[in-house]
Design a protein around this ligand. Structure first.
Ligand SMILES: N[C@@H](CCC(=O)N[C@@H](CS)C(=O)NCC(=O)O)C(=O)O
Length: 335
């Protein structure tokens, strides 16, 4: 069975997870038509992983403007507040030496997908130039050639790599072909915290950035004002998207047993600072893969209210600033 399910698309996109339509409840159902105006996907439940195909045009009826807005917001809904870091102060970055210099690296992504941002943080830190192809989440035509239908996908000199953590593992092996034996203890810590990012931290993000009506609007205001929207599309996308995500975030809270999303975010931030154990980075004087992973997934929310609150109410700010310095400017190049 296939059905229109814009909400799964959004939450999957933002937090890398999907919510079953049945989990949406009556309240959300009443807003279904509104959501349809902005965000659609079809979800096939023919397997347990509920593989989602975003924004199937076949299943959508309605006026073209709303549909166009839906498409556009889908492409940019995850538009990262990370972009604001580009207009922030430009930091000097410590050059990272590596013999690994691929000629052609292409990242297929959604701009604010936390997993894509994790890969970008890695590429930026290692000064690996990469081109970005923004994938259209409706038809995913940019990745038609790929059997794997999620992002990020990274092409490295023609070799496709998928899954953010696997991509980073593969690139790390290429950058550091010799693993030092005395790094084993630290590697365990690094591994543990990288797992924590994928299995815990990412799930806290959506409930926070869509926590209240005003925060959901702030998130979508940012998303739509940085995307390529006409006035009508912007308004449609902003309000319908914000409404949709407000309800989705409540379901995600339940799914991940989060009672107070802010408390969960602060607790995560504090646990991370505790893990640093007084060091500059988990990696010591330089970021390791866990530092890059935490930083990468937090970048999209850092300058939204939830990110500002997190920095104000926890001790994570100093580490975050150090990471901004260490990662430095983006090594993205024109496609
Ligand atoms: N485990 C994967 C998760 C990737 C993922 O869920 N990406 C989302 C975007 S944030 C996606 O492509 N969703 C679209 C879909 O599943 O159809 C990773 O770390 O790369």
């Amino acid at each position: 069975m296939r059905r229109v399910n814009g909400l799964a698309a959004i939450c999957r996109a933002v937090g890398g997870v999907a919510v079953a339509p049945s989990a949406l409840g009556n309240h959300a159902h009443q807003h279904h038509r509104l959501f349809q105006a902005a965000l659609f996907s079809t979800t096939s439940n023919n397997n347990s992983s509920a593989r989602s195909h975003w924004f199937s045009n076949n299943s959508i009826s309605g006026d073209q403007t709303a549909r166009a807005a839906a498409r556009t917001v889908a492409g940019t809904m995850l538009f990262s507040v990370a972009a604001t870091t580009l207009v922030e102060e430009v930091h000097a970055k410590e050059p990272v030496q590596s013999k690994f210099r691929p000629k052609d690296v292409v990242l297929y992504q959604y701009e604010a997908c936390p997993f894509c941002n994790k890969v970008k943080a890695f590429l930026d830190y290692y000064d690996i130039p990469y081109k970005v192809v923004e994938v259209n989440p409706i038809n995913k035509k940019e990745i038609k050639w790929s059997e794997y239908k999620k992002v990020p996908i990274l092409m490295v000199d023609g070799e496709p790599m998928v899954d953010s953590s696997d991509i980073i593992d593969k690139l790390t092996k290429k950058i550091h072909p010799d693993v030092s034996p005395d790094s084993v203890v630290k590697d365990n810590e690094e591994k543990k915290w990288r797992g924590w990012v994928d299995n815990h931290l990412v799930h806290i993000l959506s409930p926070n950035i869509y926590r209240s009506a005003s925060e959901a609007l702030e998130s979508f205001d940012y998303i739509t004002s940085h995307g390529n929207f006409s006035f009508t599309e912007r308004i449609t996308a902003k309000y319908a998207g914000a409404a949709a995500m407000y309800f989705v975030s409540k379901k995600l809270k339940k799914k991940y047993n989060i009672t107070d999303e802010r408390a969960a975010l602060y607790e995560a931030a504090e646990s991370w600072v505790d893990a640093l154990n007084g060091q500059e980075f988990l990696g010591g004087t330089k970021p390791n893969l866990a530092d890059l992973a935490v930083y990468g997934v937090l970048r999209p929310i850092r300058y939204l209210k939830s990110g500002r609150d997190m920095v104000e109410h926890t001790r994570i700010g100093d580490w975050y600033s150090r990471m901004e310095n260490a990662v430095g400017v983006s090594s993205k190049i024109q496609a």
